[in-house]
Design a protein around this ligand. Structure first.
Ligand code: MN
Length: 289
C-alpha cells in the first residue's frame, strides 16, 4: 500500500514493518538524509494521527490548515495533531540544504475526541544519566516528562551517548531504538544507522555502548497499541470505509474536514488511486522479547 511521507529524498522507512505495524502508538517512522536536497512537499492531508518532525540537520518551513506558519529547526519538537483531518506543507529553507531527521506518526486512539492542532516545543526536558543525555521529545522517561500533547502512554527520546550507559525503562512499554549518528551496541546488539532494533516489552533497563564520539540514538516506546490500524497514503483509520471517505473528501477539497493551507493557491498533492481490493488492517505478529 502506498504510504505518504517525504519524497525525492533518501528515506529509510522502518515502520510500519510487515511483522511489526506499531511500537506503542508509533505507526510510521522515516529517517531522511543526511542528504543535500530541496524538499518540497505541497499541501497534503492526514487523518487519525499525530506527525512528529524531529530535524537533526536543516530547517523546514511548515504551514498547515490550523493557521501555523513556522520554521521547524533541529532540537525542536514539531507536533501536528490531525484529529479527524488536517492538511500541511513542508518546504526546506535555503538552496539544497543538508537535511537529516526523523518523521514519525503516532496513531490516535479511536475513542479520543481530538481537535486538529499544531505545537512546537523548543525547550524539551533532559534526563541526565550516567553516560547518557536523554532529550525527552514525547512522553515520559524516568520521571522526566515532555510538554507535548499525547493521547496514549508513549515515549520518544533522543539519546546522546558517551561510552557505556544504562537507561531505566518501563517494563509495561515496548521499545525500539534507531541510530541517528555514529554506531552503538544496544542491549548486546550492534547497530548502525538504518535498521530499527525492536526490544519488546518487559525491560527495566537498557544498556548502551557508544562506538563513536557523536553517537546519537532515538528511543521509541509505548504501551502496545490495542487497535488494528488501516493505513493508506497519509491516512490512519480503522476500516476500508474510513480510508475511502478520507480520500474522497480530500479529492473534493472538503473544507470542513481538511481546511486550507495558506500560501499555495490551488497547489496540492492529489491522492493516488485506491487499489482494487479492500484495505485490511496491519496485524501484529506474536513476538518474543
Ligand atoms: Mn505530512
Amino acid at each position: 500500500m502506498p504510504l505518504g511521507g517525504i519524497r525525492a529524498m533518501r528515506v529509510s522507512r522502518t515502520l510500519p514493518h510487515r511483522e511489526l505495524p506499531t511500537v506503542g502508538a508509533w505507526c510510521f517512522l522515516d529517517q531522511f538524509g543526511p542528504q543535500h536536497t530541496d524538499m518540497v512537499v505541497l499541501p497534503h492531508p492526514h487523518t487519525g494521527l499525530q506527525t512528529v518532525t524531529w530535524p537533526v540537520r536543516g530547517e523546514i518551513h511548515h504551514r498547515d490548515s490550523v493557521g501555523s506558519d513556522v520554521v521547524v529547526r533541529p532540537g525542536q519538537l514539531n507536533l501536528m495533531t490531525s484529529g479527524p483531518g488536517i492538511a500541511h506543507s513542508e518546504i526546506s529553507l535555503g538552496e539544497a540544504p543538508l537535511l537529516h531527521g526523523l518523521q514519525l506518526w503516532v496513531a490516535l486512539p479511536e475513542t479520543a475526541a481530538v481537535t486538529p492542532a499544531f505545537e512546537q516545543h523548543a525547550d524539551l526536558p533532559v534526563y541526565e544519566g550516567d553516560g547518557v543525555r536523554a532529550t525527552v521529545v514525547v512522553g515520559e522517561l524516568a520521571g522526566t516528562t515532555s510538554p507535548a500533547t499525547t493521547y496514549s502512554p508513549l515515549l520518544g527520546a533522543q539519546l546522546d551517548v558517551e561510552g557505556g550507559a544504562t537507561l531505566p525503562l518501563r517494563p509495561d512499554f515496548e521499545h525500539a531504538v534507531l541510530v541517528l549518528t555514529g554506531r552503538a551496541t544496544i542491549a548486546g546488539t550492534p547497530l548502525e544507522p538504518g535498521p530499527l532494533l525492536y526490544l519488546g516489552t518487559g525491560r527495566t533497563e537498557l544498556t548502551l555502548q557508544a562506538h563513536d564520539d557523536d553517537t546519537t540514538l532515538f528511543l521509541l516506546g509505548g504501551e502496545p497499541f490495542p487497535d488494528d490500524l488501516v493505513m493508506w497514503w497519509n491516512f490512519v483509520g480503522r476500516s476500508h470505509e474510513d480510508i475511502v471517505a478520507a480520500r474522497e473528501e480530500w479529492e473534493r477539497a472538503d473544507q470542513h474536514r481538511f481546511g486550507t493551507v495558506a500560501g499555495h493557491g490551488t497547489d496540492r498533492i492529489p491522492a493516488p488511486p485506491l487499489p482494487p481490493l479492500r484495505l485490511t488492517p496491519r496485524r501484529r505478529r506474536p513476538h518474543t522479547s
